[in-house]
Ligand binder design. Structure first.
Ligand code: ME8
Length: 645
């Protein structure tokens, strides 16, 4: 693919009767992250989202409120648009399936496929779930309930003459395309689900319903409306200018990435959608990616379960409890959703988890780096960027890390591995923090003969901050802009490119930086109310039993990932009298660099165990905050090996 081509990225179009929540926001935020990254790389972008409005459930919800369906959708769409605005989503097009541009495309496609024999009329008999807007086979439905485990609502028996799309005719071509294009479907494990689904046998798809006063009527047969999924998938063509703007279509088609949740990945986006495109003679998207679900305490977030978090309310709450600006809180949510789990897997969302990451990653790691650079520059050099000196070997290490991080992050971004991309950026942040710690500019400032060295150290730290500000831009655009503003760089943040992020030495000596202000005030975790814990029968132990347990404070000497185990770290812990290997399941929340030098609490007389082939002689203690581990450490530094009573 030539890089002059516009990169077209889409989210699903959301059912308008639902409210935007953290789950739906996660897809839109992921798309925004990719879009911003591609723009930084100099790509032209078409980023589209929108609303799916022709569903039966929309008509029913409107009826319940005594509104027409059109009044109902018109009253709700602004909430979606407003939410995306507040989350800083930079979409280029917002498509509504009730727009005439979309109706025209849908009607034209229906006509074309009918003329070429891909759509035919027959009698449909089967079950229909209104909530999922999905037809099910007789064999799939047990007890009259929707077979989708997340839904389980009563299904309706439907028996009527309808139009069918010849999906079965495309099974072999679909399988061949999947095999020949290894990057077409992701993540890998979901690709396998698609292949099994197709191999199990594809039936032709019923794509119309008896008219119910809402939806797009079948051309020349107004007794019927087009099935909402058939119409919804075509939104991606409407946006691309299909049948209305050939030049635009040539420029943007096929999409570079289409994102969606796992619920609509297999059956609709990886099967029906590509088959429709094949029938239309259009190239297939380069990548379809089905990500996991966000749950709240293990349950899928959904309006019907009453456990949805509105992203705007969460940002307001986070801003209130932390004292951060609203846009910074929004960035913290964007960061959390992209960092917490590998994109593709399920994750659990909670205020405690969000606040924990806010403190650990933003206030501590990134916040520390910022608090130790600009304020020191103001203290020692009146806020003016000094001259660099690249001859220092430690500066050289930082320099090459900046360059390699930009490449590494770009690589992860191309593979939609957002969490890993952020992990790499945070490795750089950690290295810069250690560099400052080690160089101790506060000591250099006391010795006149170290003036040149102090300049070099301050320059290197600031230059890393500049690069970091660009690297985090796709994820945290407002934070990036605030940092940029504080650096006082003349060229606007918006003009920066990914190449600038990976090029050392772009910060001009002599630049007058601005008065720094902390961006991430720490959250007092006591202000976070833990959701009620499930009642558990806790067995009591005697004091003698408790005494059997030996707890000591250890200092982490080294930490490494356990190869092949995403969740495990292997630590060497100094206990004063000896060093012990300890394996801990905390790799999701702590990187090895975060741990070295830290004091932790260890259970030292636990029987040794071998975990994934690695010996472990002890266990560290951590608070369990909604499934997120937060390490326990002494209130102040204590002699290594101190007992814990
Ligand atoms: O299915 N976790 O719309 P929809 C993560 N209109 N993502 C979630 C989520 C959760 N808990 N809940 C929703 C439809 N999503 C159709 C789409 S496209 C041509 C038509 C996200 O409002 C996720 O991307 O039910 C999921 O696929 C989408 O919202 C479903 O949105």
């Amino acid at each position: 693919m030539s890089s002059n081509k516009t990169f077209y990225i889409t989210t699903p179009i959301y059912y308008v009767n639902d409210v935007p929540h953290v789950g739906s926001s996660s897809t839109t935020i992921a798309a925004d992250v990719v879009a911003r990254f591609k723009r930084l790389q100099g790509r032209k972008l078409l980023f589209a989202t929108g609303t799916d409005e022709n569903a039966i459930k929309v008509a029913e919800a409107a009826q319940e409120r005594g509104q027409t369906a059109q009044q109902f959708v018109d009253s709700i769409v602004p909430t979606w648009i407003e939410t995306w605005k507040r989350l800083n989503i930079t979409y280029d097009d917002f498509v509504r399936t009730t727009e005439s541009r979309h109706r025209k495309v849908t009607e034209a496609v229906f006509r074309k496929l009918t003329e070429q024999g891909d759509i035919y009329k027959d009698v449909y008999k089967g079950w229909y779930c209104v909530s999922d807007e999905t037809f099910f086979r007789e064999s799939e439905v047990v007890g009259g309930l929707c077979p989708n485990a997340e839904c389980r609502k009563p299904v309706r028996w439907v028996e009527e003459e309808n139009y069918f799309f010849r999906l079965s005719a495309y099974a072999d071509r679909l399988l061949q395309h999947i095999e020949e294009h290894p990057d077409f479907l992701g993540p890998e494990f979901r690709k396998n689900e698609v292949v099994s689904f197709i191999k199990a046998g594809l039936r032709d798809s019923c794509i119309t319903r008896a008219a119910y006063g809402w939806g797009i009527p079948v051309p020349d047969d107004p007794e019927k409306v087009i099935y909402v999924w058939f119409d919804a998938l075509l939104n991606y063509l409407t946006v691309a200018g299909y049948l209305s703007d050939d030049e635009k279509l040539a420029e943007v088609w096929p999409p570079g990435v289409q994102l969606m949740g796992k619920d609509i990945f297999v059956r609709f986006h990886s099967t029906l959608w590509p088959a429709m495109l094949m029938a239309l003679g259009l190239p297939l998207p380069e990548k379809l990616f089905g990500h996991g679900f966000w749950t709240t305490e293990g349950e899928k977030m959904s309006k019907s379960k009453g456990n949805v978090f509105s992203p705007v309310t969460v940002a307001e709450d986070l801003a209130r409890i932390s004292g951060a600006e609203f846009d910074v809180a929004v960035d913290a949510i964007r960061y959390f959703l992209m960092r917490e789990v590998t994109f593709g897997l399920d994750g659990d969302f909670s205020m405690g988890g969000l606040a924990g990451r806010f403190n650990a990653d933003l206030a501590n790691d990134l916040g520390n780096l910022l608090n130790r650079t600009l304020p020191l520059l103001h203290r020692y050099r009146n806020g003016i960027v000094p001259k660099p000196d690249a001859s220092d070997p430690e500066v050289k290490v930082l320099e090459s890390l900046v360059t390699s991080t930009a490449d590494e992050v770009a690589d992860y971004m191309d593979r939609l591995q957002f969490s890993e991309a952020l992990g790499a950026i945070w490795t750089l942040v950690g290295a810069a923090n250690r560099f400052i710690e080690h160089q101790a500019p506060w000591k250099l400032a006391k010795d006149e003969s170290c003036a040149a060295r102090l300049d070099a150290v301050l320059y290197a730290a600031l230059e890393t901050v500049r690069a970091t500000a660009i690297l985090i831009q796709p994820f945290m655009p407002s934070v990036s802009e605030i940092i940029w503003g504080q650096l006082g760089i003349e060229e606007p943040a918006a003009k920066q490119t990914w190449t600038d992020a990976g090029t050392w030495g772009k910060l001009k000596p002599g630049t007058q930086t601005r008065e720094p202000k902390p961006i991430f005030p720490r959250i007092d975790m006591r202000t976070i109310t833990q959701p009620p814990q499930k009642e558990e029968q806790v067995e009591q132990i005697s004091f003698d039993e408790f005494k059997k347990m030996e707890l000591r404070v250890g200092t982490v000497k080294s930490a490494d990932r356990v190869p092949g185990a995403d969740k495990l770290l292997q630590l060497t812990v100094d206990l004063g009298t000896e060093e012990r290997p300890v394996v801990a399941g905390i790799a999701q929340w702590y990187s090895p660099e975060d741990l070295v030098g830290r004091q932790i609490v260890v259970v030292t007389n636990l029987a040794p165990a071998t975990i994934r082939g690695v010996e472990s002689r002890g266990m560290l203690l951590a608070a369990d905050v909604n499934g997120t581990a937060v390490l326990l450490q002494p209130d102040k530094e204590v002699p290594t090996g101190s007992g814990v009573r």
